[in-house]
Design a protein around this ligand. Structure first.
Ligand code: ASP
Length: 338
């Protein structure tokens, strides 16, 4: 594992498995009355969010706090970014305060990679433009593994606005790293350019037609989980589909489609990274169904981000060398809880 977490491709299968295993002990902590361990005492983490966020920002903040790190939140509005300071100057300014990690969300793809060249601290990508969102993919993998066990050979279908989705890009990488079979479905207008070569190289399937995939027809085979993506209107400059109604008819997880899925596999899972556009890409009946693990994803988000911070920051120094240190023991956790 590298010093930073910029892309899901930075993680080998062993790294992902290590992180998910650590996350599982962190998840136990979440169920305690006193949710605090001393693991990152003395470490400072800055969460710098240049784009809005509910889940990612609060879970990184909670993760740092539960591990006793000092966490500080900055946003573009309220920092010198709003006065025109460049990303480089902002990053170097924060780094000069000897912080240990910078968690960054930015609307420019590649921003986190760029910042990592300028600073000494660890950089964690909390979503950069339409590029990647590696901790989302880890929490999705955690959620899937909790319900489905080993993901080797499991079939995960990712549906929706692929063009604008960093969640999709990171998920394809992590799911393939864990041996899952992946099919991605989108209307032609929301299928990223170059996906043909990418899907061939990385071994995932693509389709414009949702129903045969959900029905498991032909070579598609049975579905274990469906991940619905948000239609990212804020990133759309033109009309990517005629009307919201037509999008739902073609690509929404409607009540009928959920029934089809459940008829074929009663244990099928429904995921969505949030925030959900209810009634557009996912019907309320699907979002609130017994198959939905949307809130499990949110809960896993804290545990997984604790695990990532632990692997990057705990130990003798804030470098990767510490990434394979054992997770905090139960005794340490219990001691802290008293
Ligand atoms: N919350 C996720 C992200 O920041 C998904 C989304 O916004 O659609 O990428």
């Amino acid at each position: 594992m590298t010093r930073h977490l910029i892309s899901s491709a930075d993680l080998t299968r062993a790294d992902v498995e290590d992180i998910l295993e650590t996350a599982s002990s962190m998840h136990d902590l979440q169920r305690r009355e006193v949710k605090k361990v001393p693991t990152l005492r003395g470490r400072t983490i800055i969460n710098f969010f240049f784009e809005d966020s509910t889940r990612t920002r609060s879970s990184f903040e909670i993760a740092g706090k539960w591990m006793s790190a000092d966490t500080i939140n900055l946003s573009a509005k309220g920092s010198s970014t709003s006065k025109g300071e460049s990303l480089r100057d902002t990053a170097m300014t924060v780094d000069a305060m000897a912080v240990d990690a910078l968690v960054i969300r930015h609307n420019a793809s590649g921003a986190c990679h760029q910042v990592a060249q300028w600073v000494r601290c660890s950089v964690i990508n909390a979503g950069d433009g339409t590029h990647e969102h590696p901790t989302q993919a880890l929490l999705d993998a955690y959620t899937l593994r909790t319900r489905l066990g080993d993901l080797d050979g499991k079939h995960v279908v990712i549906v929706g606005d692929l063009t604008h989705s960093r969640v999709f890009r990171s998920n394809v990488i992590t799911l393939k790293t864990l041996g899952a079979r992946v099919t991605v479905v989108a209307p032609p207008t929301l299928m990223p350019s170059g996906i043909g070569a990418w899907s061939e190289a990385d071994g995932f399937a693509t389709s414009w037609d949702l129903d045969p995939v959900l029905e498991g027809r032909g070579e598609h085979g049975p579905v274990d989980a469906v991940m619905m993506l948000r239609v990212q209107r804020e990133r759309m400059s033109g009309g990517f589909f005629p009307t919201a109604r037509e999008y739902t008819v073609g690509y929404g997880l409607t009540r009928d489609r959920l029934e089809t899925l459940v008829a074929r596999n009663r244990d099928v899972l429904v995921l969505h990274p949030g925030p959900m556009n209810r009634g557009l890409e996912i019907a309320p009946e699907a979002a609130d169904s017994a198959q939905s693990v949307v809130l499990d994803q949110v809960s896993a988000g804290v545990a997984v981000r604790m695990a990532v911070l632990y692997h990057l920051l705990a130990g003798d120094d804030s470098s990767v060398a510490s990434s394979h240190a054992p997770p905090p023991t139960h005794a340490a956790t219990e001691g802290a809880a008293r």
